[in-house]
Design a protein around this ligand. Structure first.
Ligand code: PAF
Length: 283
């Protein structure tokens, strides 16, 4: 696996892969890789496709009081994992290559970015959209892969790519989970043993509520029960919301796919998760 940190070398590296007639798949990450990222690499590996992963801890998507400084950085271990997984090229630009002096552009995707994490973390999705647009322009892949764990992020990226005519396929894979159901996340390392044990309440509460709503149960009652069980486990809730799976509009239409999205703090660690709510057959 080639590791590249400069834009001109990236262009050469990508041109070489293209010269073989390969399709290019991009897996953008912020490093601190875990099995969830490896599932993205696996999904991206298809016959005739070369896989490019990027590692860039994007300062523009962290708020001033967020965990940019302590965000886990594990360059060497990440690089070994990617090479072992069959990644062909690792794009790891330094911050001054991504945002050279004078950088002044901001991409803002209104609507899907506004509520939920967008409301809780002002500017976060502008930072995500801006860096993903840059990564897509730098690598120019045919397809880019993202996890459904960051469900709102995926919706923001899909909207941006459609609106700006990138002509790149955006593919999502289901959230990867620990055996007890906790969604894999680079931030799980912040949890101490006791917090880790209690954190499982998040996927459990979401699962119970999603099943109840999918069977036609009253959504408000199901959400209230989920809020109570999260509080009992020691979570401080940012939001727990039922939305349309496509537009993220609150409530959604019971006949269409919906999603239950949550963000909650366990101690100083903010976790997010989401689950699908089955459409209810209208009769
Ligand atoms: O999901 C992530 O790891 C990041 O938000 C992304 C998409 C790599 C952009 O920095």
């Amino acid at each position: 696996m080639q590791t590249i940190r400069q834009l001109d070398l990236l262009r050469t590296g990508i041109a070489e892969l293209r010269a073989e007639g390969a399709r290019i798949a991009l897996v953008p990450t912020m490093g601190a890789l875990h099995a969830g990222h490896m599932a993205l690499i696996e999904a991206a590996k298809r016959p005739g496709t070369r896989v490019v992963a990027s590692i860039f801890v994007n300062p523009k998507q962290f708020g001033p009081d967020e965990d940019l400084a302590r965000y886990p950085r594990k360059e060497q271990a990440d690089s070994r994992m990617l090479a072992a997984a069959g990644c062909d090229l690792l794009w790891m630009p330094p911050v001054e290559v991504m945002y050279p002096e004078g950088f002044a552009t901001n991409i803002s995707v209104s609507g899907v970015s506004d509520g939920l994490d967008g409301a809780a973390r002002p500017g976060h999705f502008d930072g995500v959209a801006t860096v993903v647009a840059k990564l897509l322009n730098q690598v120019r892949p045919d397809i880019a892969w993202f996890g459904e764990k960051d469900f709102q992020q995926l919706a923001v990226i899909r909207r941006m790519v459609a609106d700006l005519d990138f002509g790149i396929e955006i593919a999502g894979i289901p959230t990867q989970r620990e055996d007890d159901g906790l969604a894999l996340s680079s931030r799980n390392v912040y949890l101490d043993e006791d917090e880790r044990a209690r954190a499982v309440a998040l996927p459990r509460a979401l699962g119970v509520a999603a099943r109840a709503i999918g069977k036609g149960g009253d959504a408000e009652t199901a959400l209230a029960a989920a809020r109570a069980s999260l509080a009992a486990a020691g979570f401080e809730l940012d939001y727990l919301t039922l939305v349309d799976a496509g537009t993220l509009a609150e409530g959604g239409d019971p006949a269409r796919p919906r999603r239950l999205l949550a963000a909650a703090r366990m101690g100083s660690t903010r976790l997010i998760d989401n689950v699908a709510v089955d459409p209810i057959e209208q009769g």
